[in-house]
Design a protein. Structure first.
Length: 132
C-alpha cells in the first residue's frame, strides 16, 4: 500500500489537530505546521508531502505569501497544493489559482470529513472511506 502524506498548515492548533485526526482516520500520514515559518523549515529540510494544505489567513506571512515563497524556492514541487481557508474573497481565490493550486476549500462550508474527501478527490488519491 502506498503511503500518502499530507502537510497541514494553519495557525489554529485546534483545527490542525482536528484535521490531522480526520485525515489519519483515512489512513494518511499527516504532518502539521503552525504558520509559515514552521512550514518553510520543514520543506527546506526535505519534507516532500503529496498534499500541501494551506490556510490563507495567518499572522505574519499569510498562506498566499507562503505559497509564493514555496514556488520561488521550488519546494514541494510534486505536492498537490490545496487552500483550506475561510477566505472566500474572489481576488484571493484568483491569486491562489495564479500560483498553481489544485483546489480551494472553504472551511466554514464543509464538515471535516467532507474536507478530507474533497482534498482526496482534488489530489486524485483513491482510498477507502473509513468505517466509523
Amino acid at each position: 500500500m502506498t503511503e500518502h502524506t499530507v502537510l497541514l498548515v494553519d495557525d489554529d492548533k485546534f483545527l490542525l489537530e482536528m484535521y490531522r485526526k480526520k485525515f489519519e482516520s483515512y489512513g494518511l500520514t499527516v504532518d502539521v505546521a503552525v504558520g509559515a515559518e514552521e512550514t518553510l523549515t520543514k520543506l527546506r529540510n526535505g519534507a516532500k508531502p503529496e498534499v500541501l494544505l494551506l490556510d490563507i489567513i495567518m499572522p505574519g506571512m499569510d498562506g498566499l505569501e507562503l505559497l509564493e515563497t514555496i514556488r520561488k524556492e521550488k519546494l514541494a514541487e510534486e505536492a498537490a497544493v490545496v487552500m483550506l481557508t475561510n477566505e472566500s474573497a474572489q481576488e484571493r481565490i484568483d491569486k491562489a489559482k495564479s500560483l498553481g493550486i489544485k483546489g480551494y476549500v472553504v472551511k466554514a462550508t464543509s464538515v471535516p470529513s467532507e474536507v478530507v474527501e474533497e482534498v482526496l478527490k482534488i489530489a486524485n488519491i483513491k482510498i477507502e472511506k473509513p468505517t466509523q
